[in-house]
Design a binder for this molecule. Structure first.
Ligand code: SF4
Length: 350
């Protein structure tokens, strides 16, 4: 695997104000991304998993500057000669880099303008970034080629989004992103709304395009089977933080964070037949007032007194495999045994 970093995320925070801020009441914040640091390597698919509300979509949008970061750095090295901090770019500088950094959304229908034909949708960014001029034969030829690369027939050129199936619409979104020659694409739950057979067609298309166009993906999904299928490395998010990160093999075959172990036990194809599903107690706490110490301690089957007070460090267990848990070095099997003997109850040690 190429380990040259395309993006380095350094202590990134994204907080949303949620009321307060008056003379009598301190401002309160929803901590969607709470001090996140990691690298995305050139040419890899970096999978990001976690329950809804864990902050993964916010992270994807913040990396692309669709949300303004609260603090931290996003160091981008797509232009080989120099490193730029995306958080510092403004106006024209940011606009120029927009073609490098693209996004494919979950719901292709709402992200496509219903009044534009597929041809107009695909050519829009191409014209904005001045690769070709609208109405020229070169533009038409280029748009048709991109459409063909994405599995769309030439007759789709003059049709509207509502005339397509969900899978075909997602191909239009991929073509729109690809047309501006990006280097990095955030795929945010981009196959979640599709049937299983269509999902695999789109995943195969993304994999093909990645090789052909030398793309790098951040692939966000709540579906672990999908992420496993496509990712080189994976990060697991919980309540605004990455709690485990490693190669797909490390995280899926040897998960070390109790949250990752519980998530995987809920996917039938990822556990041995005799293993039980680990039921986590309660819901995810509010990111406005997260628990002290380890944020997972209110639901963790291994939580102890220390977990309530002391945030665990993000420890490297083996080369490239990290987990934020005071018991990161305890083997996976032992943790499963504890969870199962606990029969899904949390707070055994509290
Ligand atoms: Fe569970 Fe404690 Fe590890 Fe947090 S630090 S995941 S509460 S065992």
């Amino acid at each position: 695997m190429n380990t040259q970093s395309l993006l380095s995320v350094v202590h990134l925070k994204k907080y949303f104000p949620v009321g307060g801020g008056s003379l009598f009441k301190a401002r309160r914040y929803l901590r969607a991304n709470d001090d996140i640091s990691f690298d995305i390597y050139e040419g890899e698919t970096f999978g990001l998993v976690g329950e809804s509300g864990s902050g993964k979509s916010t992270l994807g949008r913040t990396l692309l500057r669709l949300y303004e970061p609260t603090s931290g750095q996003i160091l981008y090295r797509g232009n080989h000669d120099k490193e730029v901090d995306l958080t510092q770019l403004k106006g024209e500088e940011l606009r120029k880099l927009r073609s490098d950094l693209q996004m494919i959304f979950q719901d292709p229908y709402s992200s496509l303008n219903p009044r534009m034909t597929v041809g107009q949708i695909v050519e829009e960014g191409v014209a904005t970034h001045k690769y070709y001029r609208r109405g020229t034969p070169q533009m038409r030829e280029y748009v048709l080629k991109v459409m063909q690369d994405c599995g769309l027939q030439a007759e789709a050129l003059h049709r509207y989004p509502h005339q397509f199936s969900g899978g075909q619409r997602q191909r239009v979104c991929i073509a729109r992103a690809l047309a501006v020659r990006p280097k990095f694409i955030v795929c945010d739950e981009c196959v979640s709304a599709l049937d299983a057979s269509i999902q695999s067609q789109i995943l195969n298309l993304l994999a093909e395009l990645k090789e052909k166009e030398k793309l790098t993906y951040l692939f966000i999904s709540h579906d672990l089977s999908v992420v496993r299928h496509i990712s080189d490395r994976i990060a697991v998010m919980y309540l605004g933080n990455i709690v485990e990160m490693g190669t797909a093999k490390q995280v899926f075959e040897n998960p070390r964070h109790p949250y990752t172990i519980a998530l995987m036990s809920a996917v039938p194809s990822m556990k041995a037949e005799r293993e039980k599903k680990i039921v986590l107690g309660g819901n995810m706490p509010s990111p406005v007032s997260p628990p002290s110490g380890c944020k997972f301690h209110t639901r963790c089957f291994m939580a102890c007194e220390k977990c309530k007070r002391v945030p665990p460090p993000f420890t490297e267990i083996e080369k490239g495999h990290f987990a934020a848990c005071h018991f990161a070095d305890k083997p996976t099997a032992e943790k499963r045994r504890i969870a199962e003997s606990n029969e899904g109850q949390t707070k055994k040690f509290l």
